[in-house]
Write a protein that binds this ligand. Sequence first.
Ligand code: NAG
Ligand code: NAG
Ligand code: NAG
Ligand code: NAG
Ligand code: NAG
Ligand code: NAG
Length: 716
Amino acid sequence: MLFLLSLAPLFITATECLMLPSNLDTSICPLGQFPCGNLSVCLPQLLHCNGHRDCANGADEENCVDNSGWPKLFDTIQSARGNRVMLEDDIHECELDLAPEQCTCRRRMINCSNQQLHSVPLVSSNVTILDLKENKIRLLSDGGFQKYQKLERLFLQNNKLRSISRLAFSGLFRLKTLFLSHNRITSLKAGVFKDLHSLEWLIMDNNKIAKIVPGSFSGLQSVYFLFLLNNSIRELPKDSICAEMPRLNWLDLEGNKIHVVRSSVFQECITVLSLRKNKIRKIQQGALSQMSKLVDLDLSNNLIAELPPSLFTNLQDLQQLNISFNPLNHIPENQFDLLTHLQSLIIEDVEIPNIHNRMFGNLVNLSHIYFKKFQYCSYAPHVRSCKPNSDGISSFENLLANILLRVFVWVMACVTCFGNLFVICMRSFIVTENCQHTMSIKSLCCADCLMGFYLFCLGAFDIKFQGEYNKHAQIWMESWECKLVGSMAMLSSEVSVMLLTYMTLEKYFCIVFPFSHFRAGRGQTLCTLAAIWGLGFFITVIPFFSYDTFGNFYGRNGVCFPLQSDSTEKPGARGYSISIFLGLNLLAFVTIVFSYSSMFYSIHKTGAKTAERSVLSREVTIAKRFFFIVFTDALCWIPIFLLKAVSLTQADIPGTITSWVVIFILPINSALNPILYTLTTSSFQEKLKQCLQRKRSHAQESGKSFTLVSIHIHTA
Ligand SMILES: *[C@@H]1O[C@H](CO)[C@@H](O)[C@H](O)[C@H]1NC(C)=O
Ligand SMILES: *[C@@H]1O[C@H](CO)[C@@H](O)[C@H](O)[C@H]1NC(C)=O
Ligand SMILES: *[C@@H]1O[C@H](CO)[C@@H](O)[C@H](O)[C@H]1NC(C)=O
Ligand SMILES: *[C@@H]1O[C@H](CO)[C@@H](O)[C@H](O)[C@H]1NC(C)=O
Ligand SMILES: *[C@@H]1O[C@H](CO)[C@@H](O)[C@H](O)[C@H]1NC(C)=O
Ligand SMILES: *[C@@H]1O[C@H](CO)[C@@H](O)[C@H](O)[C@H]1NC(C)=O
């Protein structure tokens, strides 16, 4: 509507009866398809406006912009008026004999904008346009404009007007446009505009009007546009609006404080009504039933939880309806049945659990629809343009929207699965002395292998739903397969993290406290592993216990992994996934980084004492390995921590990022763990053993040298 405000001064009279053109193709195409303009070719819905010419005549890339409702109405008015935008720049000379010197005068227009004026200046009575905006006018004197009988446009926006006396505008019988925006007007007295019989535009946005009394608009017989945006109006008088302004068509009440829409407040005259950004909680039954001429209705950004069942019964002419951003919890299946002329329906950010084909079936002329989720589009197959097309992860056509992801999911699945299976087999055939360590490694491989299975499943379902994912999306995300697959990934990543931490801590105690003789026995290791798996299972299944707290924890997107967070996520689910990813996993990560750092420091310290070449090179090898372990951990986990941390700030994370993280980054650890912990491990173990032995002797030596040094110091 801002756009309208800026256009307002250009063209002015508009009061004809409206003929609304409709350029829609009457379709003879099957459901889910649209016709190529006047060719008798039908194409699937998803090719509409995809940026590529699919029809020979390019008709599929036409009408991409939804201009149903007021934009079209506006164009109609403009063309009906013959586009009479006067270019007054040709003639510059002043035709008035009295004009204040700081103001500019062109023909019969006087422009005093931004001149620090405190009151209305005296000008020639022949003036037709008087621009007084951006001044410091506080008061309009009674009858002050009386002698300017030819005045057609008066600009008073951005002044300091607080109240307008009843006689301020008296005598302005020819005034067509009146701007009073951005003042401090708190109330309108009855009869204040009573002489403005020709007024067509009354623009009073951004004031502080709290109450409108009956009679405020009396006399405004020609008003067509009334803008009351950003005021503080709580309530409108009954039955008075159309009675006082019979030609009113456009009523904009955006950004006020209306909390209830009572019946018989809005009557038949209005064709465009915006109630956006109010505080409406309740709409009385029959509140809109008199508005049979309504073409555009905007109820978005309110607090409406429920729409009365027959709210839209008499709105046969309605072309655009916006009910986005309301906490609607239920939309009856027959709510829209009578809106047969509707062309554009906007239900953004509204969850429709009971969505059904039946809901939109009667809307035969509907060409644009906007939902919260792209999955809903499958319930409105006859609508030519449905948005959104994708949630970033999945698209209309495919579970995985991106072609690279669709390939990589298989690559990652193979690498992860076969790498880990290979290690499990190898470990089973090659018997090592340290069977506890082997047990941990095998366990780790099993966990990582699950991640591979998860990716295989995703790839398989992606192929299964190929080309028509939107038909299956809702069912897929609610299916037990999705939950199973998602919990598999969760189990894998959590067990893997805990096992890595356990193994790191074991190594840490072994190296940093070599004398503690901490050595886990077979039974003890088994117990620990069982405990880790048990805890992993527990973490995974907790969200299944309470649907009320967690909602559909795993099935919130196509990849069934609870990493993405948005406003619809239940607080319980959000808290839980944050405490896992940003609590447990971060703790594990910090532990691993800390342990490896102090292990390295400890080795370095003993190495420094000996200062041998061989020790130095070994130190470099160990450093490299440790660095690599920590580095891959960081590579995998830091993006996830960041993602979760950003989601704490309520910022919306694009689904694209989530899908890349889930398919590409999350499995990195699982794919690399067998390489890091096994394929090079036997030598590592030996080195560690050697190191341990050396360390023991060095530790004794260094103990001796330390006593020597201290004795030396003491004696010196
Ligand atoms: C289809 O419409 C185009 C203009 O939009 C016109 O040039 C063409 O002749 C029409 N074709 C038929 C078969 O009506
Ligand atoms: C008056 O002048 C200002 C700039 O000096 C300009 O922005 C404004 O559009 C003018 N008013 C009219 C009605 O032309
Ligand atoms: C107003 O305009 C008319 C011609 O249109 C002229 O005769 C008259 O003198 C003007 N009056 C003033 C006060 O400028
Ligand atoms: C209404 O007020 C809000 C904030 O006060 C502002 O951001 C918005 O631009 C205003 N709208 C108009 C049309 O002036
Ligand atoms: C519907 O309302 C929402 C919220 O006010 C707004 O962001 C959106 O642009 C509107 N859509 C249309 C097509 O007017
Ligand atoms: C749908 O639009 C077509 C073409 O504009 C019109 O002829 C028809 O009456 C409309 N259908 C309904 C039910 O409004």
